[in-house]
Design a protein around this ligand. Structure first.
Ligand SMILES: Nc1nc2c(ncn2[C@@H]2O[C@H](COP(=O)(O)O[C@H]3[C@@H](O)[C@H](n4cnc5c(=O)[nH]c(N)nc54)O[C@@H]3COP(=O)(O)O)[C@@H](O)[C@H]2O)c(=O)[nH]1
Length: 834
């Protein structure tokens, strides 16, 4: 489209030029034969007046727009054309036939001013061709204003001076015209020089790039060509009133009009074009802007509005100028906009304001900023208000905050938020002299759920549990998931009694069976409680104390919670010490294995021995397995310890068999829960038996009742594998756990080992004796052997014999001994009186 327009303009320009050239040619050929022009003076004055008007226009436009463009070249050219206008005016007034102008008029006088005007024109155009001419709108200041007055003054002074010279000393100029003869060589020479200058200007213009000039270069060249044609007529006329002269004037006025169009119409249009371009630019920009932009007054009157098509704030009906914002916006939005406008009014900028509309998922969030556009004393100051839809951003922000402060799985507050709330509540409770309790809760055997039913079931259990725990809380309480199956409760204003009551509520809520898909899960938890400030002033201390108390609760298993005490901390510290020392003991071989013989219940026949690990620390002295085995179980070191005992015991047994101890004797080795879960257990047993070349029936594995009953299906499988190898199995500490009789039958173990606690009280005819009797009866029914551990007195032995117990072990017979003392002790024992 633009290209078409340009082509059209070019076409017109070249046809105009061709026409002028053709006419010029014709005039050159036949102008001499044309008669003198009638009313020449009138015609001349009209053409000159038009030419003067164009020159004045050129001056006026350039001079007045100087403040805008600040281009001194334009200013110089403009003032040059003022000189041209003045000179042409003087030329017009000096023409023969006109009233005398400052002295008698004559062709010589008129030609003098004429040549001055033409020279100035040539100079002006040369300046344009040589110097930069950029037409750009810029915010020039009034500081350059004096420049234009200075240039104007210089121009006027120069013109006055030249006029004085031409008027007072006309002889200074060589003759230009002789009546009846025509033009002198001087005059022709000057005209040809002017033509040469124009030609030079054309060459200069042709080599300049349009971009550097910022003007219609083609039009300028056309104007110069027409000027040259016109000047040519002024070299050939013989009479000042002939056709050449008048055509020369006509070509001159055409050339001036083209020049005016080329330079100054462009310079007038340029700012408008620029403005139009800017307007279109702004329009495109606004169209692409996702923000709402309003121009409004403080009283809410809307002056203009840009609302993007998908803008949700105003709904379907877009606001328009003349609307009042309060009629179109919810009150909170209007308050926000007014606030931004007020801030802008006092400080020039109102930013950082935000409002929300709608509820829940429909909620929209907008940021508002306002700038003062025009300050008025009344309420009619204008403001530009930018309203940005930040709903998505706000949602993301709140998601990030949610993620930073809440547990992703359960939605409960996380550790970070809990810590912050603790600080607030602890400070408040301390100020108000109120107590505060912290409960640390850990689910019992949660790992089993994950391992056996999968993490999805485990996750669903945690989610359900979290929902229940929240329901138990009082308004100010908080529960947070600390990770895994650990939860922490913050109970502000809770004393010991309230904390205990809350613990009971939590316990009850946890123990209600949870249905996850086809599974009904029975969950229990262990809790440790500590009080602020007596058990610690900071969260770190309190958490670690609650953790210690929780472990105690887990170990004791009697109740599901424990309050923190100093004694627990001492225990925990010792556990920590032992944990490190035990690691070194395993590494440096500080562990030893003792053996305690097992006899038939009469004590006459040696049936076997139990391998028991012993640890004598170089500094801490003898440490009981009752103390370090639980630590080894928690830390996983029990696997290495168990492997060591198994290897040593089987090799020792081989040694004793080789030394002549009874061939049906067996060695009993304790197997802990972690060992039982060790997938390499069977392989390790095979290796131990193979390395010691011990027959499988000479090895008996002792499982505690809790291990045996922990995961019935898995235990049955392993027990079956062991039985198929010929390895014996016994259930240790029998009577302390909760054995299912049908399951016991299914297990088909070799022996039940009656727990020491029942043997200790067997002498007094109480419930313990009945329990022992019941265990012996049960074993007989299930075709199992019984062995009593911890027999310390002859009375206990006799009672057990009377009840039908098969075997026994205890200090009455022999204490656990190092391997080196075992055989000598047996020899001594066989000679003892009982
Ligand atoms: N997994 C493993 N557990 C082991 C291993 N070695 C020991 N243990 C377990 O540590 C607990 C404490 O054991 P220990 O201090 O060795 O006590 C044993 C005997 O010394 C003790 N005993 C034996 N006769 C008597 C007695 O007449 N009176 C009395 N007060 N104590 C006596 O009983 C413990 C034997 O217990 P048990 O294994 O239940 O038969 C203990 O639970 C051990 O199991 C190991 O290598 N691995």
């Amino acid at each position: 489209m633009r290209k078409n327009k340009k082509n059209n303009a070019l076409g017109k320009r070249w046809s105009g030029m061709s026409l002028l050239l053709a006419v010029w040619g014709l005039i050159c050929l036949f102008g001499g034969s044309l008669p003198p022009v009638k009313y020449f003076l009138t015609l001349h004055q009209m053409v000159e007046t038009a030419s003067i008007v164009v020159s004045v226009l050129i001056f006026a436009v350039g001079w007045h727009t100087f403040r805008m463009h600040g281009n001194r070249v334009i200013l110089m050219v403009s003032c040059t054309f003022l000189g041209v206008a003045i000179s042409d005016f003087s030329h017009m007034l000096s023409y023969s036939g006109m009233p005398d102008f400052l002295g008698p008029n004559s062709p010589e006088k008129a030609i003098g001013f004429w040549l001055l005007a033409r020279c100035l024109t040539a100079l002006g155009v040369l300046i344009i061709a040589c110097l930069p001419w950029r037409l750009e709108v810029s915010g020039r200041s009034a500081a350059i204003d004096p420049d234009r007055w200075r240039v104007l003054l210089v121009t006027l002074c120069a013109m006055v001076s030249i006029h004085l010279v031409l008027l007072l000393f006309p002889e200074i100029l060589p003759r230009t015209y002789q009546e009846g003869v025509g033009l002198t060589e001087f005059k022709r020479g000057v005209e040809f020089s002017i033509i040469a200058i124009h030609a030079a200007s054309i060459v200069l213009l042709s080599v300049r790039r349009r971009r550097d000039m910022g003007l219609e270069k083609g039009l300028l060249i056309c104007s110069l060509l027409v000027m040259m044609m016109g000047e040519f007529f002024f070299t050939i006329y013989s009479d000042v009133t002939d056709a050449y002269n008048i055509f020369g004037h006509i070509y001159k006025i055409i050339a001036y009009l083209v020049l005016y169009r080329a330079i100054f119409v462009e310079s007038i249009l340029a700012p408008y074009k620029f403005l139009e371009d800017s307007r279109q630019h702004v329009e495109v920009l606004m169209g692409a802007l996702p923000d709402i932009i309003l121009e409004a007054r403080l009283d809410g009157l809307l002056l203009s509005a840009h609302v993007p098509t998908d803008g949700k704030l105003f709904g379907e009906k877009k606001p328009k100028a003349g609307d009042y914002l309060q009629d179109r916006l919810p009150s909170q939005a209007m308050d926000c906009l007014t606030g931004a406008m007020r801030a802008a009014e006092s400080g020039g900028q109102g930013t950082g304001l935000r409002f929300r509309t709608g509820k829940g998922a429909e909620e929209l969030v907008f940021d508002v900023s306002a700038s003062l556009l025009a300050q008025r004393s009344d309420r009619s100051s204008h403001f530009v208000i930018l309203i940005r839809d930040v709903t998505e951003q706000a949602r993301n922000q709140s998601k990030i905050e949610q993620m930073a402060h809440f547990d992703a799985l359960t939605g409960l507050p996380n550790r970070t938020l809990f810590n912050t709330c603790f600080d607030v509540e602890a400070t408040r409770c301390e100020k108000q002299r109120q107590p505060l309790a912290l409960i640390f809760m850990d689910l019992d055997n949660f790992k089993n759920v994950n391992d056996s039913l999968g993490h999805k079931v485990g996750d669903a259990l945690l989610v359900e549990l979290a929902a229940r725990l929240e329901k138990v809380l009082r308004p100010r309480d908080m529960v947070s998931r600390q990770g895994g199956d650990e939860f922490m409760f913050l109970l502000p204003e809770a004393d010991v009694r309230t904390a205990e009551q809350m613990t009971e509520c939590i316990k009850r809520s946890v123990e209600v069976p949870i249905q996850v898909g086809q599974y009904t899960l029975h969950v229990s938890a262990s809790m440790g409680i500590c009080m602020f400030p007596q058990d610690g002033r900071d969260l770190e201390t309190l958490s670690s104390h609650a953790d210690i108390a929780m472990y105690r609760a887990k170990q004791e298993r009697r109740s599901h919670y424990a309050f923190f005490s100093e004694e627990m901390q001492a225990c925990a510290a010792r556990s920590l010490l032992l944990e490190g020392a035990l690691r070194e003991a395993v590494q440096w071989g500080q562990l030893d294995v003792y053996y305690q013989p097992q006899f038939d219940i009469t004590g006459r026949k040696l049936e076997g021995a139990e391998a028991l690990v012993r640890w004598r620390h170089p500094e801490l002295g003898f440490i009981s397995p009752a103390e370090f085995i639980p630590i080894a179980e928690i830390t996983g070191q029990i696997i290495k310890i168990g492997d060591l005992v198994l290897r040593r015991a089987t090799q020792q047994m081989r040694h004793w068999l080789d030394a002549g101890l009874p061939g049906d004797m067996s060695i009993a080795v304790n197997i802990s829960m972690a060992q039982f879960r060790d997938t390499a257990l069977l392989e390790k047993i095979d290796t131990a038996l193979a390395e010691s070349q011990l027959p499988p029936w000479a090895l008996e594995l002792e499982l505690t009742e809790s291990v045996a009953m922990d995961d019935p299906e898995q235990v049955v499988d392993i027990v079956r594998s062991l039985r198929s190898r010929g390895v014996k199995l016994s259930i240790d500490d029998f009577g302390t756990g909760y054995s299912s009789l049908s399951y016991l039958k299914k297990l088909r173990v070799h022996k039940l080992k009656i727990d020491r606690s029942f043997i200790q009280a067997i002498s007094s005819a109480g419930s313990d004796r009945s329990i022992v009797q019941a265990i012996i009866g049960l074993a007989k029914d299930l075709d199992m052997q019984t062995i009593a551990e911890g027999i310390e007195t002859e009375e206990q032995r006799q009672l057990l014999e009377a009840l039908g117990c098969d075997s026994g072990q205890g200090y009455l017979f022999c204490k656990p001994l190092p391997a080196s003392e075992f055989l000598p002790a047996l020899l001594e024992f066989s000679t003892s009186p009982w």
